[in-house]
Ligand binder design. Sequence first.
Ligand code: PMP
Length: 368
Amino acid sequence: MNFGIDDLPVRDELRGKSPYGAPQLDVPVRLNTNENPYPLPEPLVERITERVREAARHLNRYPDRDAVELRTRLAEYLTTTGKHPLGRENVWAANGSNEVIQQLLQTFGGPGRTAIGFEPSYSMHALIARGTGTGWISGPRNDDFTIDLAAAERAIAEHRPDVVFVTTPNNPTGNAVPAGTVLALYEAAQAAKPSMVVVDEAYVEFSHGASLLPLLDGRPNLVISRTMSKAFGAAGLRLGYLAAHPAVVDAVQLVRLPYHLSAVTQATALAALEHTGTLLKYVEQLKAERDRLVGELRGLGYDVTESDANFVQFGRFADSHAVWRQILDRGVLVRDNGVPGWLRVTAGTPEENDAFLDAVRELKKEQS
Ligand code: PMP
C-alpha cells in the first residue's frame, strides 16, 4: 500500500506542498546556492580540530545554553566591521539565520498574525511564516527589483503586519536596499501597528555599501539578521545570529529550545571568528569576481541586476528554465528561482566563473 503525507493528519496548510531545497546535483561546477567556493584555510581547520577536541571532553554536559562567549565574539566582530558598538546583550545566535528567522516568527508572528516581504525575495521568509502559522503577505517591487516605497507603505498601512522583512542585499536579485527606504518602512510599520522590522543582511559583507547596524540606535523594533554561511565560508557550520535591542534577545529566548546550539557548533564558530581577517580576504576576491561576472555578462548583451551580493541575477530569457538546462548540459549548475525571465549565478573561483562564462558564451553563439 502506498501511504504518503496526505494520508497523515498533517496541518491543512502543509498539504500538497514540497520541501524547500535547491537541487544538489553532482556536476563539475556548482554555482547555485550562494556558497563560498573556498574551503576553510588549513590553519583554521587545525584550530577547529583543537577547539572541538576540547569541547568533546565535556560532551557529557549540556553546552552553554546562552552561548555567552560566542555572542561576545560576534558582538566584537559586528562592532569592528559595522562601525556601531554592540555588546553580547545585543546579539543572539542560532543554527543558521533560518533558525534565527524561525525564532523571530515564533516570537512576533504566529497564528492570527501576519508578516510581509517584498517579492521576489528570499523564499524561506514565506515558508517559515507558513511553518509558524503566520499569515504571509506578498508585497510589491518595481520592474527593476527595487522596492516600490509608496506601494510598500500602502501595503503596510492596509495590512498592518506584525513583522516586516527587508532583505538587503536582496536574494535572488542581488540589489541592496537604501538605508532611507528601510527607515521609511520602519516608520510606516511603527505607525501602522507597531511591528517588528527584520532586516536580513545575510550577504552584507559583499556589499559596496555599509551595514545598517547603526540604524539600531533608538529603534527597539528593528532586528538585523546575519550569518556565517556566506562571508565566513561556513555554510556547513549552521551559524546565524541577530543584532537588536537587548529586549529582543530576551524575547526570542522565550521560544528557543534549551541548548539549541551544540557545544561542537559553538567551538567551531569561535575558531572561525579567530580567523576573521583571513576569511574576509576571500570576500574581497569574491567581490572582484562578482563585479567581473556583472561586466562580462553585460558585455555579452545580457540584462544584469545591480549586485551587492556574492551572486548575480541575469536575463532576460523567454524560457529561463530551458536556459538553466542548457547551462547545466555544459556542466554548470546555476539557480532557477522561478523569477520569470531570470537566472542567478553564484560567484565562484575564477576558474568556475570562467567555465560558467564559456557556457553562456557558447549559448549566445548558438543563438546568433
Ligand atoms: N537569508 C538569506 C537572504 C539567504 O539567502 C539565506 C541562505 N540562502 C539565509 C538567510 C539562510 O542562511 P543560513 O540559514 O545558512 O544562515
